[in-house]
Design a protein around this ligand. Structure first.
Ligand code: ACO
Length: 332
């Protein structure tokens, strides 16, 4: 048995922040943001709304989309958990009425959803459970200094969820093969320095309290790692670049999407673009893009998924699109 996609759902904070809104409070322009990133709008939580609130809403829609109300495991991929301790997934499972099922978080930053797919597939193959709810959820607005124009324009908050069931590789919705990787020597490219065990105190006046990213180095590393990961999955799946109907890459930057598609020989119009409406939503990026673009996908379409994030981490996987009801994205 292996993991098969049965349902998808998404959630965004109701508050949309446009480039014009950012122009009003930062030294930036709509033209700079659009030309460098492709982003037009992102959504941000208001104080008091946590990552789990988005995760619960997305998870509920994915369960409805799959037509089920029980699962055997809940996984939340996030690097903005509600608390440093405990994990966010048990709370999400309880609030979704899923009982006392195993529930845990995965922290692989923007690659967390792809890492979660591999974990869910492994649990299904091992017979731990037949159905897994995997949610990618992040609220980077709680990590990024609102005065940091380089990062504040890029990130948005959101959650995307999938229900994975047990099936065979002949089933529509079958997932895999996958590849994953990491390079801890590049730890400094993307991080929040303070607030962990190495530096527990957080002084909000210090840059160490906030998210930092070496944008240009991340750009180059992201293109190289995602292209390599995609080539690896194309090789192991037996697909050619022409077989790929939809390239769903982590929605970080439109130029990154274009360059990854070009590097692996996939036509640019097959690269799904969702970041224009939501920005970089980290672990939520891929499932939100799937939920938003599902109407363009036909049962049996070949979908190539890939992500790159802090760690650094990366991954890719193959998906044969299932026969799904149209997924919904709700506002929280
Ligand atoms: N508005 C106007 N000017 C700006 C802004 C802004 N919002 N931000 C930066 N600038 C300026 C800089 O200060 C710099 O000015 P200078 O030349 O006078 O010094 C100039 O614009 C160029 O800055 P760069 O950082 O070199 O701009 P670049 O073209 O590289 O774009 C960006 C920056 C968008 C961050 C890009 O590097 C990028 O997308 N990187 C990849 C990010 C990514 O993929 N992240 C995914 C992983 S994230 C995760 O895992 C959490």
């Amino acid at each position: 048995m292996l993991a098969v996609l049965r349902g998808v759902g998404g959630a965004l904070p109701a508050r949309a922040v446009t480039n014009e809104d950012l122009e009003a409070r930062l030294d930036t322009t709509d033209e700079w943001i659009r030309s460098r990133t492709g982003i037009g709008t992102r959504h941000q939580v208001d104080p008091g709304t946590a990552t789990s609130d988005l995760a619960v809403a997305a998870g509920r829609l994915a369960l409805e989309n799959a037509g089920v109300d029980t699962v055997d495991v809940v996984i939340v991929a996030t690097s903005t958990p509600d608390h440093r301790c405990p994990a966010t997934a048990p709370d999400v499972a309880a609030r979704l009425g899923l009982g006392t099922v195993p529930a845990f978080d995965i922290a692989a930053v923007c690659s967390g959803f792809v890492y979660g797919l591999v974990q869910a597939d492994a649990l299904i193959r091992a017979g731990v459970g037949e159905r897994v709810l995997l949610i990618g959820a992040d609220t980077f607005s709680t990590l990024v200094d609102p005065a940091d124009r380089a990062n504040a324009v890029i990130f948005g908050d959101g959650a995307g969820a999938v229900v994975l069931g047990a099936g065979t590789d002949d089933d529509l919705g079958a997932l895999g093969p996958f590849t994953l990787g990491s390079d801890g020597t590049a730890l400094d490219l993307i991080r929040v320095e303070a607030g962990g065990s190495r530096r527990p105190g957080v002084d909000p006046e210090e840059p160490s309290a906030w998210f930092s990213m070496q944008g240009r180095a991340v750009f180059a590393a992201a293109v190289a790692a995602m292209a390599d990961a995609c080539r690896s999955v194309l090789g192991s799946s037996g697909w050619t670049a022409d077989d790929v109907d939809h390239l769903v890459a982590h929605q970080a930057n439109r130029r990154i999407l274009t360059m990854v598609a070009a590097a692996i020989g996939v036509a640019p119009e097959r690269a799904v673009l969702h970041l224009d409406r939501v920005g970089n939503t980290s672990a939520a990026s891929i499932p939100l893009a799937l939920a938003a673009h599902a109407s363009e996908m036909r049962p049996g379409d070949r979908v190539l998924l890939t992500a790159f994030g802090g760690g650094t981490t990366w991954g890719a996987g193959a998906l044969t699109w299932p026969d799904l009801d149209r997924p919904a994205i709700t506002l929280v």
